[in-house]
Design a binder for this molecule. Structure first.
Ligand code: ARG
Length: 589
């Protein structure tokens, strides 16, 4: 069975206490938080912050209390007896501080080791979610922005899946639109014989796109043909349909190579999928009186935005927005998703803002954002080169993702071959480790930043074994594994017969951080911020080394069994973090 997070368990205790303290106020929600060392002296591990707010609520009424500290005292007194709690105190204007029992922490850790870390899965208020991520465009470049979307989206999906949410991982590929007329017409020109069309012949689809665009812009006759081609494609003419399919297939093969390297699962439901739904979704919006005429186009006006959302262009064609409205409708009504999450760069914020507002006007989504179903746009910043400008390489305008991943792997392989310890590794091991470290470094460098800021892509930095990098963390994990190996003890045996004791300050600090894993993942899911998890992981590794390992001898000490179990718990939690971040763990260095 699932174990609630420490925070949730304490909140339950405080809920009971609040009921007893103010029986006339049954709706008070307990406000429990872990104590933050940075904010000064720590009076406990957790605190309940209800007293002040509660005082403000009851002071006008007949009450026995005189001020928030007295309310705090009463809340403390009314906490039901619990083996979780070692001691409590009231500080300042009524904060109730809780010191957790170290025995309880130790037992929670041992339970987790026996029952598995999945029993620490957070509880979220949704059962099914759509994560719309990666979503490159056919024949256009799959650029570093799409890499960010892929990496961040995959992590969010993994965290939600761990929290027992059914996630529909959607690749909203740009596979529809006017560019196809031009591409198809160009294809017919270059390959009169359709048999000859394949990836090898076309080579670089981006170059193909550029060449056809050049032709489109310079030749009016071609332009007209291309425009007719769009109509013929949308009308379903076989020859056009087949050419479109071919172009999509070639693009898809390239996308897949990236996903395979990154270990990312996605289900493609491209823009074309929603095309048949557009007419009657717009019909519904029209019946609700949302659609207006503006300069020949059909548009929806929404609150707080001056320009309208165009849903039918003046030439009668549909666009990105009409597709997104149809997709949102489909996800809510056909797929019954309660939370729909979109990952793109912040540049598309206004687009999604308008689509969601239109959906609220239509009554598809509740106006109150704290209610479900809910749609959320997760925007992220640009990837910058070291010159502070948009990331590009010298030779080509855009960075090919495959080349980038190749380089990360090559560099990490070179670093591994230089390590004394890796001298006699089998070739297979070197390859595997350099992939894990190289791709892990690229992912982690992205995820550790607050996603809304721009970040500078720097191979030397991300592949450094010092500081907050994947390399440092993977090696920290490998070192813990080697402590366990060196002990020669069978961990399964220790789990069955051993005990965890947290008498040393360093052991307790590590144990406390470990049992907070669940609530950190919950917070990362709620705020859709993978950086929260990275921070937790980095702190874990730091606490392990600086507080625990440098003060507490493991092998050969009287506490060896307990400390080996603590090492194992740390390694298990680290591996789960790696898994959620899409990073492959390393066991040897
Ligand atoms: N294809 C778009 C782009 O490359 C991203 C699509 C995001 N998803 C969506 N439902 N609009 O910018």
């Amino acid at each position: 069975g699932n174990v609630s997070s420490v925070k949730r368990q304490l909140a339950q205790l405080f809920e009971l206490s609040l009921r007893a303290t103010v029986p006339d106020e049954p709706d008070i929600v307990p406000l429990v938080d872990s104590c933050n060392e940075k904010s000064g002296v720590k009076h406990g591990d957790y605190q309940c912050n209800n007293a002040m707010v509660l005082w403000a609520k009851i002071k006008g009424k007949k009450t026995e209390f005189r001020g928030p500290p007295a309310v705090g005292q009463a809340i403390m007194k009314n906490i039901p007896p619990s083996e979780m709690i070692e001691s409590c105190s009231v500080a300042g204007p009524g904060f109730v501080n809780v010191v957790l029992s170290k025995n309880w922490i130790a037992q929670s850790l041992l339970r987790m080791l026996i029952d598995g870390i999945d029993t620490w899965a957070p509880q979220l208020p949704v059962k099914r979610a759509v994560v719309d991520f990666s979503s490159p465009n056919i024949a256009k470049e799959m650029h570093v922005g799409h890499l960010r979307s892929t990496i961040i989206g995959d992590t969010l999906a993994r965290m939600l899946e761990f929290s027992r949410v059914e996630v529909l991982r959607r690749n909203h590929v740009g596979d529809w639109g006017t560019q196809f007329g031009m591409l198809i017409e160009f294809l017919f020109e270059k390959f009169p014989n359709p048999e000859e069309v394949n990836e090898a012949a076309i080579g670089d689809l981006q170059a193909f796109y550029k060449a056809s665009k050049l032709r489109f812009d310079s030749d009016t006759e071609f332009k007209q043909k291309a425009q007719q081609a769009v109509v013929r494609l949308q009308g379903g003419e076989t020859r056009y349909r087949e050419a479109w399919t071919k172009i999509c297939e070639i693009s898809r093969a390239e996308f897949h190579r990236v996903y395979e390297r990154l270990g990312v699962q996605l289900e493609e439901k491209g823009e074309s999928f929603y095309n048949p739904y557009i007419p009657w979704v717009l019909e519904e919006l029209n019946n609700k009186g949302l659609i207006e005429e503006s300069e020949g186009a059909r548009v929806i006006f929404v609150d707080g935005v001056k320009i309208p959302l165009i849903v039918v262009k003046s030439d009668g064609g549909y666009n990105y927005a009409s597709t997104d409205l149809a997709a949102l409708w489909y996800r809510l009504n056909e797929e019954k998703a309660e939370w729909i999450i979109y990952l793109t760069d912040v540049g598309q914020q206004q687009h999604f803002d308008m689509v969601f507002k239109a959906a609220k006007r239509a009554g598809w989504l509740p106006v109150d954002d704290s209610l479900y179903p809910k749609a959320t746009h997760v925007g992220f910043g640009l990837v910058l080169g070291e010159d502070g400008k948009r990331f590009r390489t010298r030779s080509t305008e855009v960075v090919r993702l495959i080349d980038l991943l190749d380089e990360a792997k090559t560099r990490s392989e070179a670093a591994i071959r230089e390590r004394e310890t890796a001298r006699n590794w089998p070739e297979e091991e070197v390859k595997k480790t350099s992939e894990a470290v190289g791709y892990g470094a690229v992912k982690y460098a992205d995820l550790k930043n607050n996603r809304s800021s721009n970040y500078t892509f720097n191979f030397d930095q991300m592949l450094s074994d010092k500081g907050n990098t994947a390399v440092y963390l993977l090696y920290a994990h490998a070192r813990i594994c080697s402590i366990i190996r060196k002990s020669g003890k069978d961990i399964e045996e220790l789990k069955k017969n051993g005990k965890i004791v947290l008498d040393h300050e360093g052991e307790r600090a590590l144990g406390l951080h470990l049992v907070q894993f669940s609530e950190v993942v919950e917070q990362a899911c709620t705020n859709l911020l993978p950086s929260t998890l990275c921070e937790y992981l980095y702190n874990l590794s730091d606490i392990f080394t600086s507080k625990f390992y440098s003060n507490c001898q493991v092998i050969g000490s009287p506490e060896e069994t307990s400390r080996l179990l603590l090492c194992e718990a740390t390694a298990v939690v680290m591996r789960k973090c790696f898994y959620l971040l899409g990073v492959e763990p390393v066991y040897k260095i």
